[in-house]
Ligand binder design. Structure first.
Ligand code: G3I
Length: 362
């Protein structure tokens, strides 16, 4: 097939897909009408790319800075805060009437060198973490509706990971279990009493030893009045085999505590070839069914109030780097921003939910 002919076919496909998107309801329109949040991780440096911006504003009522609010980016040196990239995403959200979610205040990984190599004492780290949480949460007070306060503090067995913040040397709570996590929540709540505060975790989505430990921790926090409002289940699906029944049961027991659940980093990775194209054509449909199932597992339960994907176009997903090129194509839009079968399956799942005929989310 001559290249020009192939190119014109491709153009026609894009036009048809965009028309299909725009003519029918977008994800955002379906989400707004059901008063749920459908969001995505977003990157400030991509706000100059036309199709990135139009897709983000058209299909999502929620965004979360992928990296701009992490220690490395926002607190690059002692006493130095760089709020600009985060502010750009927050302003984009404000202009497009999107909610913005913060990620993340405390994570044992990707800590800036000045901190990890700083040989700080526990007392000094306590002061540094308190100042970081106070400065960052106060800066975004009233602009972010929710925060991932703690990210990935547990290992696969549900035990607390050793980290700078827990016991290496920690903030003076080493060996006292979840005390450092509780302290971070209390500092975040002091800085913005209106923000919803979440514990965010990977690989604790279904029923397993890790999610049992997570459930026990947040149940204890709730009982003792620790200011926690929800749990973030990341939902990185790398094997096309999610345990939907287990995920549903886990969401039910967490929301049964009076907590919200957000699906915070959903992506469904496919085996791909060297060009990033899925190896098996059947995987498109398998991926679509998984997106549909996760949407229903969450939104069919009142306390599960948001689903975010970790990015929205395959062009900028973390997956290919993470899997050394073996997996990819994990999101709802392909590299050319054309909606995939997964997009339509996710939208159909939203459509199957009852309407909550209120005005679109402001
Ligand atoms: O911004 C610097 C750039 O100046 C520098 O030239 C470049 C080369 O090293 O690095 C750039 O920073 C990178 C950053 O992404 C922004 O692109 C960091 O090295 C890189 O480590 C960072 O990776 C992110 C990773 O978290 C660590 O923060 C990924 O993009 C991001 O998708 C990933 O997201 C995490 C969630 O936060 C938590 N859950 C798991 C998820 C996937 O790992």
């Amino acid at each position: 097939m001559r290249p020009t002919f192939r190119r014109s076919i491709a153009v026609l496909m894009v036009v048809a897909a965009v028309a299909a998107c725009s003519a029918a309801q977008t994800l955002r329109e379906e989400a707004d009408r059901r008063e749920v949040l459908v969001g995505t991780a977003a990157r400030a440096y991509l706000l100059t790319e036309g199709r990135y911006v139009t897709t983000l504003a058209r299909d999502y009522n929620l965004l979360e800075p992928e990296n701009e609010l992490k220690w490395e980016a926002i607190h690059p040196a002692p006493q130095v805060f760089d709020f600009l990239p985060g502010d750009q995403l927050v302003e984009f959200g404000r202009l497009h009437r999107m909610k913005v979610r913060g990620h993340c205040l405390v994570w044992g990984r990707y800590v800036p060198r000045w901190l990890s190599d700083g040989h700080y004492s526990a007392d000094q780290l306590r002061q540094l973490l308190h100042e970081h949480i106070s400065q960052v949460v106060s800066h975004y007070k009233g602009k972010l509706f929710a925060w991932d306060v703690i990210n990935e503090a547990m290992d696969e067995n549900g035990r607390l990971r050793s980290s700078l913040w827990y016991d290496q040397p920690g903030i003076g709570e080493a060996g006292r279990g979840t005390a450092y996590i509780e302290q971070a929540f209390r500092w975040a709540h002091e800085a913005d009493p209106e923000a919803l505060l979440f514990y965010n975790e990977a690989e604790g989505e279904a029923l397993n030893v890790k999610s049992d430990a997570l459930y026990a921790m947040v149940r204890d926090f709730k009982r003792r009045g620790v200011p926690i409002h929800g749990v973030g289940l990341q939902m990185h699906i790398l094997d096309l085999k999610p345990d939907i029944a287990g995920i549903t049961a886990n969401i039910r027991r967490l929301t049964g505590l009076g907590l919200q659940v957000h699906i915070t980093e959903l992506d469904v990775a496919l085996p791909v070839d060297g060009e990033g194209r899925p190896r098996n054509a059947a995987d498109w449909q398998r991926q679509a069914e998984i997106y549909r199932s996760v949407a229903l597992a969450c939104f069919s339960q009142p306390g599960c109030t948001a689903i975010q994907t970790w990015g929205f176009t395959d062009k900028y997903s973390w997956i290919r780097n993470w899997t050394k090129g073996n997996k990819g194509s994990p999101l709802l839009f392909d590299r050319e921003y054309v909606p995939k079968p997964a997009y339509f399956a996710f939208r159909d799942a939203l459509r199957s939910l009852p309407l909550r005929m209120r005005a679109p989310l402001q």
